[in-house]
Design a protein around this ligand. Structure first.
Ligand SMILES: Cc1cc2nc3c(=O)[nH]c(=O)nc-3n(C[C@H](O)[C@H](O)[C@H](O)COP(=O)(O)OP(=O)(O)OC[C@H]3O[C@@H](n4cnc5c(N)ncnc54)[C@H](O)[C@@H]3O)c2cc1C
Length: 248
C-alpha cells in the first residue's frame, strides 16, 4: 500500500497571533511551527499500517523552505520520504490541486489528511482533493482498518460514531482517535539521524489560479475586564445585565 500523508505546518497553539501589511498577512515573527495535530494522528496511523501490514509512507507539504524542519520531523517519526511542493499555500483550492498532482504522479492509494488545519481551519483541502482525484472520501475519521482493497472507517458524528465501508483509492480527513494520544511518536536520536539521509524532494507547483483571495484578517475583540459585584447587591447585578451587557 502506498500512503501519502498531507502535512500542514501550523503555528504552535501558544503562539501570539498578529498581522502585518494592513492586516492582510499573518506575522510569523517569533512563531514556533509544528505538525498540525490532526495530521500527526494520521501520520502515526500510517506508521501503524507500515509496521503491521506493510506500506510505504510519503509525507507532503505545500509550502516554502521554512516548512522543511516540519517534514524532517515527520521523517524522524517514521515516514520514508518527503515532498515539498514549492509554493505559498494561499488558499485551499490551490493547495488541494497541488496535492492532487502529487497523488497522480505517485499513484498513492491511500491519502491521509487532517480534518482541518489548526491555523486557518478551512476544513476544505481533503474534500477538494478527493473531488479532484475522483477518489472516495470520508471526513472526521477516528478509526481506519484496511483489508486488501477494502477500508472500514469510523467517523465521528454528532453525539456518537458511524462505521462505514469503502474501497481504495481513498482520501481520509482524520483526527484524534485514529490512534490513541499516548501512541503519538516523539522522534528519538536514531530517527533524527536517519531522517537526515531520507529523501526530501522539492517539486515545482502546478499552474493553478487560486479560487479566492483574502481581503483582510481581524482579531476577535478583546475581552473587557471582569466586574465583581457584591453577592447581596442583586439590584446592581440586574442593572448591569440589563443596561450594560444588554442580555436581559
Ligand atoms: C505562508 C502562508 C501564507 C498564507 N496566507 C494566507 C492568506 O493570505 N489567506 C488565507 O486565507 N490563507 C493563507 N494561508 C493559509 C492557506 O490558505 C491554507 O494553508 C490553505 O488554504 C489550506 O487551508 P486550511 O489551512 O484551511 O486547510 P484545511 O482544509 O483545514 O486542512 C485540512 C488538511 O489538509 C491538509 N493540508 C492543508 N494545508 C496543507 C498544505 N499546505 N500542505 C499539505 N497539506 C495541507 C492537512 O492534512 C490538513 O490537516 C497561508 C498559509 C501560509 C503557510
Amino acid at each position: 500500500m502506498k500512503i501519502l500523508v498531507c502535512i500542514s505546518h501550523v503555528p504552535d497553539t501558544t503562539s501570539k497571533i498578529n498581522f502585518t501589511e494592513a492586516d492582510t498577512k499573518f506575522d510569523t515573527t517569533g512563531v514556533q511551527f509544528v505538525i498540525n495535530p490532526h495530521d500527526e494522528y494520521a501520520l502515526t496511523r500510517a506508521i501503524w499500517f507500515k509496521e503491521k501490514q506493510g506500506a510505504s509512507i510519503t509525507v507532503v507539504t505545500v509550502g516554502n523552505q521554512s516548512v522543511e524542519p516540519t517534514l524532517r520531523k515527520c521523517l524522524a517519526i517514521g515516514a520514508d520520504d518527503a515532498i515539498r511542493v514549492d509554493a505559498e499555500p494561499k488558499e485551499a483550492f490551490f493547495v488541494a490541486e497541488q496535492l492532487s498532482a502529487v497523488v497522480k504522479q505517485g499513484a498513492f492509494d491511500l491519502v491521509l489528511a487532517g480534518r482541518e488545519s489548526l491555523d486557518y481551519n478551512g476544513g476544505m483541502v481533503p474534500g477538494f482533493l478527493a473531488a479532484s482525484l475522483n477518489y472516495n472520501f470520508i471526513n472526521a475519521c477516528i478509526g481506519i482498518e484496511i483489508e486488501g482493497n477494502n477500508a472500514t472507517v469510523t467517523r465521528e458524528i454528532d453525539g456518537g460514531s458511524e462505521i462505514l465501508t469503502t474501497t481504495l483509492p481513498l482520501v481520509v480527513g482524520g483526527q484524534k482517535g485514529l490512534v490513541e494520544e499516548k501512541d503519538l511518536r516523539i522522534p528519538n536520536m536514531r530517527g533524527i539521524m536517519m531522517a537526515r539521509k531520507k529523501p526530501l524532494n522539492v517539486v515545482p507547483a502546478v499552474d493553478i489560479t487560486p479560487s479566492s483571495k483574502t481581503v483582510s484578517f481581524e482579531k476577535p475583540p478583546l475581552k473587557s475586564a471582569c466586574k465583581l459585584i457584591d453577592a447581596n447587591n442583586v439590584d446592581e447585578l440586574i442593572n448591569l445585565l440589563h443596561n450594560e451587557a444588554k442580555v436581559i
